[in-house]
Design a binder for this molecule. Structure first.
Ligand code: R5P
Length: 289
């Protein structure tokens, strides 16, 4: 992603030397002179979120101490965002904690994409550019040339996003009332809207274990849906998600490259949001709209 962004911007990537200590503490050195520079540091908080978050904080600290003029964190997937409120007693609000940590480390600005909840932007007291993958994913869906179709929100949290896809694609809209039983299992209570005889495009911000998408697909099939497709921004894909999606009735899945995904899976198509980030960085740096 960083290379792709640098190519779009006709820039070279900066160099960092990573050399962890034998006990796995992260340690690094910025190899380029950044004194007086506007620096954009890219790190996605997924895969091994604790490690990559710590690494990002350490990079920001190193840049600050090297007298960078401004430090912008480009965080394609902003991890820890699902805990954005206290939904049970004695639970943390990790999204706010991460915002505090990044700011204290010395960050000037954040560029991120499709936050789990857009109000997380307000957890920061520095500027946040909240980008969306909607256009890129909609262009991919348009290639399917669907005629009689419905865009489906697989849970209440996805309503706003799915509705905006439905408007853009000129499709019908439906939603699912779901309950999460545990981290791997979800139960579908009901589908609100008509999916019978229609193709269905399930839209979500992320796919982690795949349980939400697969349960939604099964529920649609039971209600007589035709072909099922899925589109989401962040492919976390853990805990057997790839196998679950492969075995499911979902015909084709579009996801972006905000989280690195190396495997080749025939029904999963990765669409790049590198240009969206490059354009945002260009606008920020040149103070353009
Ligand atoms: C939930 O609020 C999110 O938007 C996703 O629906 C959820 O995180 C997906 O998780 P999984 O793939 O494990 O069902």
């Amino acid at each position: 992603m960083a290379s792709e962004i640098a190519t779009h911007l006709k820039l070279n990537l900066g160099n960092i030397h990573f050399e962890p200590f034998p006990d796995h503490e992260s340690s690094l050195q910025i190899l380029d002179n950044v004194r007086g520079s506007d620096v954009f540091v890219l790190q996605t908080i997924a895969g091994n979120p604790d490690h990559f978050l710590m690494e990002l904080l350490i990079m920001i600290d190193a840049l600050k101490r090297a007298s960078a003029k401004s430090i912008t964190a480009v965080i394609p997937y902003f991890g820890y965002a699902r805990q954005d409120r206290k939904d049970k007693p004695r639970t943390p609000i990790t999204a706010k904690l991460i915002a505090n940590l990044l700011t204290v480390a010395g960050l000037s600005r954040v560029v991120t994409m499709d936050l789990h909840a857009s109000q997380i932007e307000g957890f920061f007291d520095i500027p946040v550019d909240h980008l969306t993958a909607r256009l890129v994913l909609c262009h991919a869906i348009e290639r399917l040339n669907l005629k009689n179709f419905v865009v489906l929100a697989p849970d209440l949290g996805a309503i706003k996003k799915a509705r905006s896809f439905a408007e853009h694609l000129h499709g019908d809209f439906a939603l699912i009332d779901k309950r999460r039983i545990d981290t791997q299992t979800v139960e579908v209570y009901s589908i609100i809207g008509d999916v019978s005889g229609k193709d269905v495009v399930i839209v979500d911000d992320m796919c982690s274990t795949g349980s939400t998408l697969v349960s939604a697909a099964e529920a649609c099939k039971e209600k007589g849906a035709n072909k099922i497709y899925a589109a989401f921004t962040h492919g976390i894909l853990v805990g057997g998600a790839v196998e679950r999606l492969e075995k499911s009735s979902i015909e084709k899945i579009f996801m972006t490259n905000t989280v690195p995904f190396e495997k080749k899976v025939s029904k999963i198509e990765s669409v790049s949001v590198g240009k969206v980030f490059a354009d945002a960085i260009h606008s920020i740096h040149n103070s353009e709209f």
